[in-house]
Design a protein around this ligand. Structure first.
Ligand code: CO
Length: 140
């Protein structure tokens, strides 16, 4: 069961430029920065509300570390913009099992390490009306 919107992932070419835009235009600051070499992505998390105990909602700015990474390919195809929606759940493993039982294809089984020590998996856009959906459980 999804219990909240964890973050909206936004693909950008230049992370520092995007961070400056969100700070200058909306007054949002980076609360966490991380590179995931496995995914070929560098990210900045901007907290919108709540606290860091897992109840918060974030914007996740994503820039590729190499052109052939998933975000690099996305930018090549679509340009900058919304990349995915991430829904929070208390138990991503149970969510995966329920979705697979219902016939939905889950991209990463088991879920992979993700932002800020969380674990996450994805559902392909063709399964979700054109939206790349991430399912995430915060670090306990
Ligand atoms: Co994400």
């Amino acid at each position: 069961m999804f219990t909240r919107l964890d973050h909206v992932g936004i693909a950008c070419h230049d992370l520092d430029r995007a961070v400056r835009f969100y700070r200058t235009t909306f007054g949002l600051d980076v609360c966490h920065r991380e590179t995931n070499e496995d995914q070929g992505v560098v990210e900045a998390m901007l907290r919108l509300n709540g606290t860091d105990d897992g109840a918060a909602t974030y914007l996740q700015l994503l820039a590729p570390t190499r052109p052939d990474s998933p975000v690099g390919k996305f930018l090549h195809r679509n340009g900058e913009g919304i990349h995915h929606l991430a829904f929070g759940t208390p138990n991503v493993d149970r969510e995966v099992a329920d979705l697979q039982a219902a016939g939905t294809t889950v991209l990463f089984t088991p879920p992979r390490p993700a932002s800020m020590g969380s674990r996450a998996t994805f559902l392909h856009p063709r399964e979700c009306g054109g939206v790349l959906v991430e399912i995430v459980t915060k670090k306990g």
